[in-house]
Design a protein around this ligand. Sequence first.
Ligand SMILES: [Zn+2]
Length: 146
Amino acid sequence: MVIFDLQCEGLHVFEGWFSSPDDLKAQLEKGMVICPICDDKNVHKIPTASKLVRSSPSEELKAGASTALLYKHQQDFLRKVHTHIEKNYEDVGTKFADQALKMHQGEMEQKGIRGSATKDQVHELNKAGVEAVSIPKKPPTKNQIN
Ligand SMILES: [Zn+2]
């Protein structure tokens, strides 16, 4: 069996099970595939998520496209980002928004800082033209889990 993601003219997305890609083609041509939500017969195949992952340039993902692997990849990347930030940016804690704004306005020497800010503070900074990005929390390393 092969599972395909299908979409009707009404943009409903659903899964269809077929014995082969040719079977899908034949059934689509005969109008035998019908949207389960609105009974529309104008259905076409859409690219599936797994195919999009497989077309990634990363060799590791090509070798075994799985959600678990993709997740691990993101966690590793995030750890590297955090390591870089911890090394190169000064931790100013909750004074982050205040200092970032002062630097932007030239009241303080420019430097790389990190710290915590509320969503509203980040919004205010962005409005003032300050580049501030929030980064997801550092994922725990293996021996920190539990
Ligand atoms: Zn539909």
